[in-house]
Design a protein around this ligand. Structure first.
Ligand code: NAI
Ligand code: 15L
Length: 268
């Protein structure tokens, strides 16, 4: 096995569950972590450590002994800024400080397509396109990418900044015909990230081979990841189900879809 101990944060969430079930072969030991208890029984070689990413001392201990991290923990939708601040901003800082103190394990960072959510769908976005975040959640992912890049430039910390599209079992709306990332393609991408001899700090669009996709990965081909799935085969079904929005609907207009319409969530 390439790794001794792989840490998976956000293990109680949707993607964390997939990662826990399907990435065990990457390491001798798996350390799962989340602020919430695990809603499933962990695989036999895995341990679970409950930890809030905002707790710097806790995160420091969490990372100790790990030589790889799949960082999926954090707020994943538009929420109160205080929650985003704790999980996605302080949490990233705490994780990277812990990584720096513990031998700089390679990191797969679950960034988001929403960093460019305010591009219209008829515009092609590449790895050099400026950020156009579509909410405070998206802004926190821009912060995360900037932090990861800084730790690479200053200390050589390697990170794959993966702008995940829509990683769910199946595409369930019109927009996901462009943004869908299958679980199989997600797993294969994580495998490549921990296998490639030199990773550096690339941005990678986490998207399957969908004809409608707006993003391409030209400058990250050295990773050797080729998505095999495609959302195309769901097009007819979604049409038949009447899930075809008006062209002015945010799901058909903006790359970030409905997130562009979310209000700023008030603090209590
Ligand atoms: P999720 O919301 O199901 O899981 C996130 C997990 O992080 C949850 O279990 C939650 O308890 C945990 N968490 C939240 N705040 C925390 C804190 N302060 N300390 C420790 N843990 C905390 O999200 P999902 O779908 O599994 O996504 C995983 C990651 O990938 C997230 O960072 C998300 O932003 C990112 N992502 C996911 C996409 C998707 O399509 N599933 C698309 C783009 C990005
Ligand atoms: C994300 O960043 C979210 O975490 C996820 O819940 C989906 O909304 C996804 O993007 C998407 O754009 O479909």
């Amino acid at each position: 096995k390439a790794l001794k101990r792989l840490l998976i944060t956000g293990a109680s969430g949707g993607l964390g569950r997939v990662a826990s079930a399907r990435l065990g072969h990457l390491a001798e030991h798996i350390r799962l972590s989340d602020v919430m208890p695990l809603p499933y029984t962990p695989p036999s070689q895995a341990e679970f450590v409950q930890c809030n990413l905002a707790d710097a001392d806790g995160v420091m201990k969490l990372v100790e002994g790990c030589d790889g991290i799949v960082h999926l923990g954090g707020i994943s939708t538009e929420r109160k800024f205080s929650e985003i601040l704790d999980a996605n901003i302080l949490g990233m800082r705490n994780l990277y400080e812990a990584a720096r103190a513990h031998g700089m394990p390679r990191i797969f960072f679950g960034s988001s397509n929403h960093v460019t959510g305010f591009y219209p769908q008829d515009e092609h976005v590449d790895l050099n396109s400026p950020y156009r975040p579509d909410g405070l959640y998206a802004v926190s992912k821009c912060f995360g990418e900037a932090l990861a890049r800084f730790y690479f430039d200053k200390f050589g910390q390697e990170t794959a900044m993966v702008r995940i599209g829509s990683c769910f079992e199946e595409p369930t709306d019109y927009r996901m015909l462009a943004t869908w990332l299958s679980y199989d393609d997600f797993v294969a991408l994580v495998e490549r990230v921990f296998d490639v001899p030199r990773l550096g700090c690339p941005v990678i669009w986490g998207v399957s081979d969908n004809s409608r996709a707006w993003w391409t990965n030209e400058t990250a081909t050295y990773i050797g990841w080729k998505p095999r799935d495609s959302a195309d085969r769901w097009e007819a079904t979604l049409k038949a189900q009447g899930k075809w929005p008006d062209p002015e609907h945010p799901l058909a207009k903006w790359q970030g879809g409905n997130n562009t319409q979310d209000p700023i969530v008030k603090e209590d």
